[in-house]
Write a protein that binds this ligand. Structure first.
Ligand code: NAG
Ligand code: NAG
Ligand code: NAG
Ligand code: NAG
Ligand code: NAG
Length: 446
């Protein structure tokens, strides 16, 4: 999750595995143009086993240009993707740092980027990937930094956007003696198995300037299903510029193809008019306006033709040669446990975030897509991680996450900024909980 352009808005390159956006159209954070020094912190592998003394090296970044005596420490929390060093020289938080004389630190989340706690991402090792361990990492990091840099008297502020926003809020709750305040931007602090509301917000966002836009998309996506049922694979392959001839052997292959297209639209809404050029994102010019202008342009053929034009336009603007809609390839990629030098950690991310559910199903009637039901999302988990990842297992795990979160009582001095066309805001805090637990809602005009 990521989005709007307003002050307060901090966000990392990816958001909840980009809402499980397929790898090929993930918005990868490009390396910073300015070389920023990397630092390494010796971190514990398992914070919850006293007997386990294994350690690993966690990456972090520092900007000390604005530090003043007595100023606060800003601790930017990393999330489910590489921590992008571009944040050390850009972003609203540096403006605040300049004003307040703050030291800025950014800590990468375990299992992402270059922060590899284990020798690979095997299932066995992935049990060390959890939000609880991540919070304990932050606490240990802060404690050692306070001692070694003499920062114990400073006021520490935790910041994060998206999942790290939730971590910032939880950090304030779990370690109130360490952190003075949290800024939990676009933080989905609630867990939910069937997040069908996601596509409802997508529909509302699409309809803002073109009331017919969702309806035209619905008609188009139903025509796609119709062509699938007539096995018109060659036409679909050509119209949507697929990388390979569409191969359909199961309903999962079909749903994956439909989902792949739908996710391009979801991505446009979620990242509408974001300001992440500084992070190296190329395609910020693709907006809801661009999509809906095409969908409502009568001279571009019928709804289906316009939908295909939208997809070709988006991929072109993304700099993608074609659309990869192979479910087989997709699931295979996730089974690879080998680290890449700067790991997006997709496989781990999906497992990790599955503790929250967050399945963006098409099971609501107030949304523009068909053919991506909850059962498809659950089957995807079983196909990637094994049959034990079924609905009851996931429901149990989400239940556990929810009871962990329900036990949490939000601590004072937390702000929860959310953009209202960001679908994830539904799982956030949208009204003030008290005088200093404040919801900041942001309208977007476009
Ligand atoms: C901190 O950020 C400012 C603003 O971009 C930049 O000018 C400065 O070089 C950065 N300092 C360090 C140590 O990275
Ligand atoms: C889109 O809608 C918003 C509010 O609904 C309006 O302020 C804006 O002018 C519209 N933009 C265009 C390009 O129509
Ligand atoms: C509709 O599409 C045609 C062909 O690309 C283009 O020339 C025209 O400007 C578009 N109309 C609008 C209102 O965007
Ligand atoms: C797994 O990923 C690594 C690193 O990207 C790559 O070198 C290797 O070829 C992949 N293995 C398979 C079986 O795809
Ligand atoms: C899900 O998997 C568990 C463990 O493998 C099994 O006990 C349970 O019956 C399965 N539930 C469903 C609904 O398939």
């Amino acid at each position: 999750m990521a989005r709007v352009l307003l002050l307060f808005f901090v966000c990392f390159g990816s958001s909840l595995c980009d809402g499980f956006i397929k790898k090929h159209h993930r918005r990868q954070a490009a390396p910073s143009l300015v070389p920023v020094e990397e630092y390494w912190f010796v971190q514990k592998l398992d914070h919850f086993s006293g007997a386990d003394t294994r350690v690993w090296k966690q990456r972090y970044f520092v900007n000390d240009s604005y530090v003043q005596k007595g100023g606060p420490v800003f601790l930017m929390i990393g999330g489910e993707g590489p921590a992008n060093p571009a944040w050390m020289t850009s972003g609203a938080w540096l403006t605040y740092a300049e004003k307040l004389g703050a030291l800025c630190l950014m800590l990468e989340h375990r299992f992402y980027g270059k922060s590899h706690p284990t020798k690979d991402m095997s299932t066995d090792n992935l049990r060390y990937l959890s939000s609880q361990q991540a919070l304990a990492d932050i606490a240990h990091f802060q404690t050692i930094m306070m001692e070694s840099l003499g920062l114990a008297e400073r006021k520490w502020v935790a910041l994060g956007g998206s999942y790290p926003g939730s971590l910032a809020a939880w950090y304030r709750i779990k370690y109130p003696h360490l952190v003075h305040m949290a800024v939990a931007s676009s933080a989905p602090v609630k867990a939910l198995v069937d997040f069908s509301g996601y596509l409802e917000v997508v529909q509302l966002a699409l309809a803002r300037n073109h009331s017919d836009c969702p309806k035209t998309i619905k008609v188009a996506s139903e025509e796609v299903i119709n062509l699938l049922s007539h096995k018109n694979y060659k036409k679909l392959t050509a119209d949507f510029k697929l990388c390979e001839l569409l191969e359909i052997h199961s309903s999962m292959d079909e749903s994956f193809f439909i989902d792949t297209l739908a996710e391009y639209i979801m991505n446009v809404v979620q990242y509408n008019m974001d300001n992440r050029e500084f992070e190296g994102v190329k395609d910020t010019s693709i907006t809801i306006q661009v999509v809906c202008d095409i969908m409502s342009n009568n001279s571009l053929g019928d709804s289906y033709d316009r939908y295909a034009t939208v997809m070709r336009t988006i991929t072109e603007m993304n700099g993608e040669r074609c659309i990869d809609a192979s479910y087989k390839k997709y699931t295979q990629d996730f089974k690879n446990a080998t680290w890449t030098p700067v790991s997006t950690g997709d496989s781990g991310c999906i497992r990790h975030v599955r503790n929250f559910g967050f399945f963006q199903s098409s099971d609501s009637t107030a949304q523009p897509f068909s053919g991506i039901p909850l059962s498809y999302h659950v089957q995807q988990c079983s196909d990637i991680f094994g049959p034990e990842f079924n609905l009851s297992m996931i429901t149990d795990s989400v239940q556990k996450t929810m009871s962990f979160m329900e036990d949490l009582k939000y601590k004072a001095a937390t702000s929860f900024p959310n953009g209202l066309i960001d679908p994830w805001h539904l799982l956030g805090i949208n009204s003030d909980l008290s005088e200093d637990l404040i919801a900041v809602q942001m309208e977007v005009t476009f």
